[in-house]
Design a protein around this ligand. Structure first.
Ligand SMILES: [Zn+2]
Ligand SMILES: [Zn+2]
Ligand SMILES: [Zn+2]
Length: 361
């Protein structure tokens, strides 16, 4: 035994003195690897919960659950979702291409701030979607929600990665559910079909890694296909967020959350691109209203979302601001007038923008 292994045994032994139930389970044959992992997070109050988690999950799953949690956390607590770091060294020409991609996605999403994560999320969806054929889902990601602990994982390149609850909620909105009749915890596959109108049979999943537990049963859609088609048609197959030009890889989002009883009434359904769908589930984009009376889009802080964020609209607003200042308006007043016009009107050219601002003054 190495020095490190000896130290690890001692650490576990010390921890077990405070954890009688875990100690007894170890004596009863709970594998050492699980015991070792549980001693990193379990405390007297939580050891029973961790024990039953360990009994219904594999060593690998226990390791992952422990890695995402702090001592005292329950296995059902939302874990810290790890941020993964990507680092690339590229030539100047590749860098230039990347900047172009960045600018394109920035413009497509309406010109608002696009963080690194949103940028790469969009790049990945565009590449993996492969084709414009809307009649079938051509990209699927295998999302699994564990029945016993509700954690959400994604199969990625042969590995299983725990993802944010928001990503699982996205899949609850609009997905193909594969039958999970025979599934044990963590093995039910619920792939999110993130594009087009997947009304045909489930298309071949990426890399063929989705686990079909029971191939005899058909995959079912979260949203009835006819409703889905109707919403896509109504929203003209575009992301409904003002300013967003994304019209590929659309998801249908439930503005009344499904987990809070939202149904498939088309009035509460809206067509969103992947980036904006995710923003909605992360709480960064707040959508109120309904299809009949119109939807409204706000940032979490209540400021209107999207409009005025077109690069050209930002420029026009800037010029209008300068003009208002030269006319003698104070900075605060000029800003308020600009905001009023942006809130009330769609995209405008500079003269109409100024006219509207002066009318509001
Ligand atoms: Zn689980
Ligand atoms: Zn959604
Ligand atoms: Zn969008």
């Amino acid at each position: 035994m190495t020095k490190r292994q000896t130290e690890e045994r001692l650490r576990v032994g010390r921890a077990l003195r405070e954890l009688p139930a875990l100690d007894a389970a170890f004596a009863d044959g709970l594998p050492w690897t699980k015991v070792r992992e549980l001693t990193r997070v379990a405390v007297a109050d939580t050891e029973d919960a961790w024990l039953s988690f360990a009994r219904s999950h594999t060593v690998h799953q226990v390791e992952r659950a422990v890695a995402a949690r702090e001592p005292g956390d329950l296995p059902t607590d939302p874990g810290t979702v790890r941020l993964h770091r990507l680092h690339f060294q590229v030539t100047a020409e590749t860098f230039a291409l990347f900047r172009d991609v960045q600018a394109r996605i920035h413009a497509d999403l309406g010109g608002g701030a696009v963080d690194d994560d949103t940028l790469l999320f969009e790049v990945a969806r565009r590449i993996l979607a492969g084709s414009d054929d809307e009649s079938r889902a051509n990209y699927q990601v295998a999302i699994t929600r564990c029945d016993s602990c509700q954690r959400v994982t994604v199969d990625a390149g042969g590995d299983t990665v725990e993802v944010d609850e928001a990503f699982g909620a996205m899949a609850d909105c609009d997905a193909q559910q594969l039958p999970t009749a025979n599934a044990s915890p963590h093995v039910g596959a619920a792939p999110s079909s993130s594009t087009g109108e997947p009304n045909g049979p489930a298309s071949p999943p990426r890399g063929g890694r989705v686990r079909h537990r029971d191939r005899a049963k058909r995959a079912t859609q979260t949203i009835p296909p006819a409703v889905r088609r109707g919403v896509l048609r109504r929203d003209r197959r575009r992301c409904a967020v003002p300013g967003c030009k994304n019209h590929r890889f659309l998801d249908i989002h439930h503005t009344n959350p499904r987990c809070e009883g939202g149904d498939h009434d088309p009035d509460g359904l809206i067509c969103l691109c992947g980036a904006h769908h995710r923003a909605a589930h992360l709480g960064q984009l707040v959508i109120t209203g309904n299809a009949t009376d119109g939807f409204a889009f706000h940032h979490a802080d209540g400021t209107p979302y999207g409009t005025g964020l077109h690069p050209e609209q930002v420029e026009i607003a800037g010029k209008a601001f300068d003009a208002l200042r030269r006319m003698g308006f104070t900075v605060a007043r000029a800003r308020a007038l600009i905001a009023a016009v942006q809130e009330r009107c769609g995209p405008l050219d500079l003269p109409s923008f100024l006219t509207e601002a002066l009318r509001a003054s």
